[in-house]
Design a binder for this molecule. Structure first.
Ligand code: XLS
Ligand code: NI
Ligand code: NI
Length: 461
């Protein structure tokens, strides 16, 4: 097959070609075959990180913004257009996707049903269009060994979903959503998708004045139970994932953030059927850091997968920028490693190039940079954990609960009367003498030292 993209296959060069990323066209930190051991399990970097290309951004994104037309130049365009109303054109894009993944050395991908093929007049026609593209994808997966990290269903693009899919006030639209998910689950089964994602694009509200929130939440919980029942019926065993996001497109989305989504799952008894797919930019929109979301999901045993992107601290919407923040990548990878990696998830680039980066090669640089920064974060976090850097900080800070009154309390052997008895005659000075400095300035500087030292030694190897 002649090459579709004018870009070389990307290899690990470990800093050997100097500082200019574009000129060197290689990975400085992502070394796919290098082995790493987590919790006694040894795997190659590529099998730990499981990078994934997002069809909607990389194949479909035209880089439109509210004020301007799309700028993207793509090798599959015909007369400068990506005509997604044309099934034959949609089919022609599949081979580009697989060559793109191959050149990057990425083994996974993700898509929404509506990324792949145009809608028809009926769901029957739409399904037939979709299946025609899925046939090609299945054949390419067999040929290349590439795998589907997750698929999902767009219950937000078509105008019928203007007030939601599984929370719509309109029963026919609700039925359409269920029928649409049914087919997506069949595709998940057919393509052996590791996970199945629900992002509630329009599952939320614009205003309480016209929204029966209780009825909507009851509906969506029942909808999820029906989805699980259907997956069981067809023998689809992939992990179900909810993707928290606080707003955009609605003013309030029900899956606001990790802790809210966990409360929803427990309220409706869904906690054993779902995990979470977290996204960097969504964390910012919720007023959190990405590592905060990862921490709370991990501790609840619900860290399923990661949409690797980031936002802009000055911009209040989801800009889906490719990740480039080493500090954030390190702290997210800390949670990732503590989680033992993501057995049924990975690092999906739900990320798009900036509107001004309109050339096909920008797609390569963007993914390469994202892979490198997460590989770098993974290296730093591995070393931090090897040294018990944060573990020792936590242990020391809470050590007063390891003996005496603290240990009695943790063992359930102390009540308020015991506390009173213990504390009543201590002076304020005596009590404050047990309080230790948080040492955050020094801790942050040590964290920076980990970053300098680990990355410096890899880059100059
Ligand atoms: C949008 C979401 C979306 C999901 C998949 O903000 O991130 O891209 O990941 O529907
Ligand atoms: Ni997003
Ligand atoms: Ni996402």
């Amino acid at each position: 097959m002649s090459e579709l993209f004018d870009f070389p296959k990307v290899e690990f060069i470990g800093g050997a070609k100097g500082l200019d990323f574009e000129a060197s066209k290689g990975f400085n930190f992502y070394n796919p075959e290098e082995k790493f051991t987590i919790n006694g399990e040894t795997k190659s970097m590529k099998d730990w990180l499981k990078f994934s290309v997002a069809y909607w951004h990389t194949m479909d994104q035209r880089m439109v913004d509210p004020f301007g037309d799309g700028t993207a130049e793509r090798p599959w365009d015909v007369n400068g257009e990506d005509d997604m109303s044309d099934l034959e054109h949609a089919k022609s894009k599949v081979k580009y996707m697989f060559e793109f993944m191959d050149k990057l050395g990425v083994e996974y991908f993700a898509f929404h049903d509506r990324d792949l093929a145009p809608e028809g007049k009926t769901l029957a026609e739409t399904n037939a269009n979709l299946d025609a593209v899925v046939d090609l994808i299945e054949a390419e997966m067999k040929r290349t060994g590439k795998k589907l990290l997750w698929n999902t269903s767009s219950l937000f693009t078509n105008k019928r979903f203007l007030a939601g899919g599984a929370t719509t006030p309109f029963a026919d639209v609700f039925a359409y959503a269920g029928a649409q998910i049914k087919h997506s689950l069949e595709i998940a089964k057919r393509l052996n998708s590791e996970s199945y994602v629900f992002w509630g694009g329009r599952e939320g509200y614009e205003s309480l004045l016209n929204t029966d929130t209780k009825r909507e939440l009851d509906h969506i919980a029942a909808f999820f139970k029906m989805a699980k029942a259907y997956a069981n019926e067809i023998g689809y065993t992939g992990q179900f994932l909810l993707e928290p996001k606080p707003k955009e497109p609605t003013a309030h989305q029900y899956d606001t953030d990790v802790q809210t989504t966990i409360a929803f799952l427990y309220t409706y008894g869904l906690q054993d059927d779902f995990k979470l797919n977290l996204e960097g930019n969504h964390a910012y929109l919720a007023g959190h850091t990405y590592e905060h979301e990862a921490r709370f999901a991990r501790e609840a045993g619900l860290l399923g997968s990661l949409d690797a992107n980031m936002g802009d601290k000055q911009t209040g919407w989801d800009i889906d920028e490719f990740p480039n923040d080493i500090y954030e990548a390190t702290l997210v990878m800390y949670e990732f490693i503590k989680n033992g990696g993501l057995p049924t998830g990975g690092l999906n680039f739900d990320s798009k190039v900036r509107r001004a980066s309109f050339k096909p090669e920008d797609l390569f640089y963007a993914h390469m940079a994202g892979m490198d920064v997460y590989a770098a974060g993974f290296r730093v976090a591995t070393k931090m954990i090897e040294d018990n850097f944060l573990e020792n900080i936590y242990k020391d800070r809470y050590s007063s609960f390891d003996s005496g009154i603290g240990a009695d309390f943790e063992a359930g052997k102390a009540n308020f009367a015991d506390f009173e008895n213990y504390i009543l005659n201590k002076t304020s000075d005596e009590i404050f003498a047990t309080v230790k400095s948080g040492r955050l300035e020094a801790i942050k500087a040590t964290l920076n030292n980990y970053i300098y030292s680990v990355l410096g030694s890899t880059f100059n190897k």
